[in-house]
Design a protein around this ligand. Structure first.
Ligand SMILES: Nc1nc2c(ncn2[C@@H]2O[C@H](COP(=O)(O)OP(=O)(O)OP(=O)(O)O)[C@@H](O)[C@H]2O)c(=O)[nH]1
Ligand SMILES: [Mg+2]
Length: 457
């Protein structure tokens, strides 16, 4: 692909999910988009060459070179550069289903379009300067968001919530370089350059801004990916039943037999708008059954990666010392859950450190949700003046690198290192910030950003 922005071929893909639905959208982008779309119409490519930008017409589409009608569809033209990709784009809204959209895509290919690769429309938008790399990432996040809060963060990023801040920081780093140049190029100038002390303190304030942004990374990453909440406990303690109740459908098998669940089962749920990846696991005990033992190993792996653990104990069953020590040894926050509360006799006293739940009566499920939300998200989301803006490891790693360089710069300058040497730190910081925005991006970086996109995006 040509990086200069002139992308010579025209790509086509179905932009909506395949399957039964009222409408499907086939998207064409590239210099031949109008001509190819026109080729589907009886009067040919010239028919839409002069349609004004963003105009739509209802047209009967034909298989090229034949009288066979494919569909009556709404054809919309977006002229370069005022389109999503920055190129000529034509969107063809056909009737939904499998057959019609596939036939329209095939017809476009027959007329010279190439099937788009995953994420290629957004990649073209990025290459043509319509989006920076953080915005391109946000497009993927927005489509994949499975909770209202996750969606809000992605939308904020698409609206340059992160891109603008990184661009500002880059401007400040360039500003520092400019101040330093006075010390390098004009040491004998009459006008005194900005004193070194002042430059050091300005570098400190840039670093502090970076810290504030970095502080949003844990929340940003959790909101994007969902907090991993692992249900664990002894066999038969009601984990799968609770999992099903929280997910809202019977996903996991529930039986009265101990040792039912073997593989870990994952489901994404939105609790009060916050995303959780709930994981049901095999009951923990020593077992001679090989399959069960493997299941327990998997459970331990999930426990090691959990953001929060829901440790389940059945009402009326005490915790052994060993079990208690195990729970205390977990490195993430733990919610202790007392299950099957409907079976607890009236005289049993509730333990205030536990949440009592029953999937039969529904008791305790709402408070369990509140506790989970507060435990995982309260500390990281609320009470901060910054919206969570850093949402990926790629971004936080580069920002951390830039932050370290700015700190190194301040120290070097304060320690008497000559300005021309100290300035190397600023160059590296600037490149790290540019890499976040994708001002320069290697194919490797682009592949990583776009590989999770689906075709048509
Ligand atoms: N009365 C009552 N029974 C429950 C409740 N929760 C679970 N049970 C019953 O307890 C038994 C075990 O439930 P599961 O959800 O399979 O327990 P588990 O912890 O997943 O068990 P393993 O997968 O074997 O580790 C089943 O017979 C459930 O119907 C509850 O809230 N009230
Ligand atoms: Mg189970």
């Amino acid at each position: 692909m040509d990086r200069s922005g002139t992308l010579l071929d025209t790509i086509v893909a179905l932009a909506t999910p395949p399957g039964v639905g009222a409408v499907a959208v086939v998207r064409l982008s590239g210099p031949g988009a109008r001509e190819i779309a026109g080729g589907l119409m009886p009067c040919g490519g010239a028919a839409i060459a002069d349609w004004p930008a963003r105009s739509s017409r209802l047209r009967v589409l034909h298989r090229p070179g034949s009288d066979e009608a494919l569909d009556r569809a709404l054809v919309t033209v977006f002229a370069a550069p005022g389109s999503y990709t920055g190129e000529d784009v034509v969107e063809i809204s056909t009737h939904g289903g499998i057959s019609i959209p596939a036939a329209v895509v095939d017809a476009c290919v027959a007329l010279g379009a190439r099937q788009a690769r995953p994420g290629e429309f957004t990649q073209r938008a990025y290459l043509n300067g319509k989006l920076d790399l953080t915005q391109a990432e946000a497009v993927g996040d927005l489509v994949a968001a499975d909770s209202p809060k996750g969606r809000a963060v992605a939308l904020h990023q698409l609206e340059r919530g992160l891109g603008e801040r990184i661009a500002d920081l880059r401007g400040e780093v360039i500003g520092l370089s400019a101040l330093l140049v006075q010390h390098i190029d004009f040491p004998e100038e009459d006008e005194a350059p900005t004193p070194i002390d002042a430059i050091v303190s300005r570098a400190g304030s840039v670093a502090a801004k970076m810290d504030r942004l970095l502080a949003t990374a844990p929340a940003g990453e959790l909101l994007r990916e969902g907090a991993v909440a692992v249900l664990a406990g002894r066999p038969n303690s009601g984990k799968s039943s609770l999992f099903n109740a929280l997910v809202g459908i019977d996903r996991a098998i529930v039986t009265a037999e101990a040792g039912t669940t073997r593989d870990a089962i994952e489901a994404v749920v939105s609790i009060d708008g916050f995303p959780f990846r709930l994981v049901d696991t095999a009951g923990l005990r020593s077992s001679s059954n090989q399959v069960e033992r493997l299941g327990i190993e998997i459970a331990h792996r999930y426990l090691a990666a959990a953001d929060v653990v829901l440790y389940c104990r059945e009402a009326g069953q005490g915790m052994s010392e060993e079990e208690d020590a195990f729970v205390r040894s977990l490195s993430c926050p733990v919610v202790r859950v007392c299950t099957k509360w409907d079976l607890a006799t009236g005289c049993r006293k509730a333990d205030p450190s536990e949440v009592n739940v029953s999937v039969v009566s529904g008791d305790g499920l709402d408070s369990l949700g509140d506790i989970l939300r507060d435990m995982v998200f309260q500390g990281v989301v609320e009470g901060r003046d910054e919206v969570p803006v850093v949402t990926r490891r790629r971004q936080s790693d580069l920002l951390r690198k830039a932050r370290a360089e700015i700190a190194g710069f301040g120290e070097a300058l304060a320690g008497g290192v000559p300005a021309e040497f100290a300035s190397a730190h600023l160059k590296t910081a600037e490149s790290a910030l540019e890499e976040i925005l994708g001002v320069v991006a290697t194919d490797d970086v682009l592949d990583r950003v776009f590989r999770d996109f689906c075709i048509g995006k």
